[in-house]
Design a protein around this ligand. Sequence first.
Ligand code: ARG
Length: 473
Amino acid sequence: MTASADKPSDNQLANKSQAWSALFSEPMSELVKRYTASVFFDKRLWAADIQGSLAHAEMLLAQGILSAEDHAAIESGMAQIKGEIAAGQFDWKLDLEDVHLNIEARLTELVGLPAKRLHTGRSRNDQVATDVRLWLRSEIDELLQLLSALQLALVEVAEKNVEVILPGFTHLQVAQPVSFGHHLLAYVEMFARDAERLLDARRRVNRLPLGAAALAGTSYPLDRERVARTLGMEGVCQNSLDAVSDRDFAIEFSAAAALVMVHISRLSEELILWMSQSFGFIDLADRFCTGSSIMPQKKNPDVPELARGKTGRVVGHLMGLITLMKGQPLAYNKDNQEDKEPLFDTVDTLKDTLRIFAEMAAGITVKPEAMERAALKGYATATDLADYLVKKGLAFRDAHEIVAHAVKTAIARGLDLSALPLAELQKFDARIGEDVFEVLSLRGSLNARNILGGTAPAQVRAQVARHRARLAA
Ligand code: ARG
C-alpha cells in the first residue's frame, strides 16, 4: 500500500519500515509518522531540491568524487523526475517523510546505484537549508516585481490627481489641504522602502549552506565555492554549525513581509473610510466589492477589509518563526521543519494581495468635489492665515493666537475663514489686506507648500517623474 502525501491519514500510512536506517527494530507509530513527516507541504520545494542536487552532483564530478557515468545517470533521472512532478504524475509518499527522501528514492528507482552516491558529502540538514534559500530567493524576486507593479499603479493614479484637493488629516481631524496625488505617493514611498528591505534581506538569503553536511562539514574534498557559483549564490556560509541551524534569513524576510502588509493595511483602512457614505471620496470597482445578503443597498469593500485582516496572519507568521528559533541549541533541530508553512503562507498571501491591490488601485474612481467639500469644512487654511501674518511682521506664536480668535468667530458665524468679510478679518489684525483671500483658498494653501517633499502640485509632479524614472530603471 502506498500512502498519499496529499492527505495523510492513519489508514493511508504504509507499514513498511523507515527509509533512512536499518537500526530501528520497530516501525514508527503511525501517528508519529504523520506528526514528523513534512512531504505534504515541503514537496513545494521540489524544484529547488533538484536544482541543489544537480549543482552538488556537478561539483562531485568536477572533484573526481563521482564518475561521468554516475553523473550522467543522475542528470537524466532528475530530468525525468522533473517531468513527472511538473505533470502531476509523481507519487509522493508519506512513508518517505519529506521532499528530499521522496526525490532520492525515485531517483534510485530510476537509475539505481548512482542515485545512492548523490548524497556523498551531504546531509538533509544542509540540503534543506539550501532548498529553502533557493526557493525564497526566487519568491523575493517575484515579490519585487509585484511591488514595482503596485507602485507604478499608484503613481499613475497620483499623476492624474495631482490637482485634486483632499483634506489632510491629523488625529483624523481635518488639518491642511493636500493633493490627492501627494497622499497616494506617501504609500509609494512606503512600498519603495519595503522593496529595499526585501532586496537587502535577499543578500543574506542568497548564501550557500551545502558542504556543511550534518553540522561539522565533511571529509570529502568538496568545492563549495563552485556550488555557490553554479547556484548563483553570493557567498558560502562560513561556519557549518551556523549554516545548518539558523533561520534568521527567513525571519528577516518575514519581518520585511509583515511591514509590506502593515502598509497595505493602512492603505486598506483609508480606502474603507473613503468609500464609506460619511466620506464618499472614492469608489472601488464593483469587482472588488461584495453585496449583503440582507441589505440590498450595500456595496462592501471586502478586498481591503480582508487585506487588513490578513495582515494579522502575516505578522503572526513572523511571531511564529522568531519564536521557533528562540532556545534552539546548535546545530540542526527538527524544530526547523516548522519554518516552511509560515513562510509559504506569507509568500502566498503577499503575492495575492500585491496583485489584487495593483488592479484595484488602477480601477479607483476619485470624487474631487466630495474631497474638496470636506476640505472646506475644518478651517484647513488657518495655518496659512498665521503664515500670512508672519510675512506681515508678526511672530508666529502671536499670529497663531490671533488666528485662533478668527477661527472662533468663523465657527460662531458658521462660515469658512475665506467667507468672512475683509473688514471683519481686519478687526483681528489691521495688516490683513485684500491679498488674504488667495491665501485662505484651498488651492492657495496647496500652492504655497512648494518645498521639497511638500504638497504643492509642482512638487508632486516632480515626485511623479522621479518615481517613474526609478521604477523604469
Ligand atoms: N524535513 C526536514 C526539515 O524540513 C529535513 C531535514 C531533516 N534532517 C534530519 N536530520 N531529520 O528540516
